[in-house]
Write a protein that binds this ligand. Sequence first.
Ligand code: ZN
Length: 436
Amino acid sequence: MPPTEAEGLGDSFYPFLGNGGYDAVHYEIDLDVDPAANTISALTSITAQATKDLEAFNLDLSGLEVHSVTVDGAHAEFWRSGHELTVQPASPLAAGSQFETEVAYSGSPEPLDDPGVPFAKMGWIHRDGVVYTASEPSGAMTWFPANNHPTDKATFEIQVTVPEGLVAAATGLLISETTESGETTSVWRMDDPMATYLAAVYIGDFERIDHGPLYDGGPITRDYLPRDAPAEMAQALSVTPDVIAFLEERLGPYPFDAYGTIVMPFPLGFALENQTLSIHGPATIGPGIIAHEAAHQWLGNSVSPDDWSEIWMNEGFATYLHLMFEAEHFGADFNDAMTQVHAWLSAEGIGPPRGIEIQDLFGASVYYRGAATLHALRLRIGDDTFYEILRTHYDRSAGGTTNTDEFLGIVEEFTGSDAVALVESWLYDETVPAFP
Ligand SMILES: [Zn+2]
């Protein structure tokens, strides 16, 4: 059965993610964490605006025990079914009104199996004494109740309390850090819109390395490394200012207040662009993947897909920019590099990035054929027009969402229907087209 409007937003891959009837405006997530036991005691408050008259509304929350829910300070009824948490306020909410929902909950957060990510558990992960969250696409609801879809971005404040001696980190700008009675509480603020899947918390024996503003008026940069990390790890991250400068030249000013990388003390099967604080394992801190996660801050995080089937708009663009940075960094010829990518796509018969199945959400079509799509467009129309299109694509949707049709509209505006037909052949045709 398709979801009701309250149950989901009708995403083509995840119809039950997100909830209709309201827009989330701001989240305050307050987590008291016992990392040894992997338990949390939490209070999340969500400021939202009703988009219609509401007798009840839904949030997404997976697992955990909900103790109480209030709406505007008054006790609210609630019930649960799967990851749907239905809330019935004491009195109905009028369309257009702003309201605050507080959910008190606790338990041991369980990561979930996401059909789009067959290679890892998603959400809140507890491993070797470390907690991290990696939530794309659906895992955010393993640790906070949310309108869990990128089309409903909001600002965030995340507060984490951990036993003294451990270090907690989160997405956003660190506002305060206080230690009292054997517990350290840290607060991070994200004043720019953020999709729920990009919110993250990390706890462990980490060391924060503050670099200050990247340049006068630029983002604050800080990295987190395992406390016993070898010196080469910090050295590997020192490419970050070059990466940001490279991306700013092509896309415009960095979108957020802070940037940095946290490296886990164990191997990860992925890296992920959590907003302002990307997560890596020790094996992915080369210039290419560092540039990839940084590029997502513009394309993926500030400009997000409005449906998960549009994922090539995240991964194709980030891959194209990371391959470009990598070639420049190592003094390689970029066109040669893309010719090799093309030969590989053709030899493997890699299908188009549109019309994929959910299990291929993070497959080669999306990353490499997506990147080659942009290269084909660039070869056809030349660098100047290509970068105008790239910049316009970013500028028009910064802080929001977009999709393939909007991108094709921009291509048409700057070039005409021939270039649109070329991009469409790359995005939709089964066989790999030739480069122009
Ligand atoms: Zn990516």
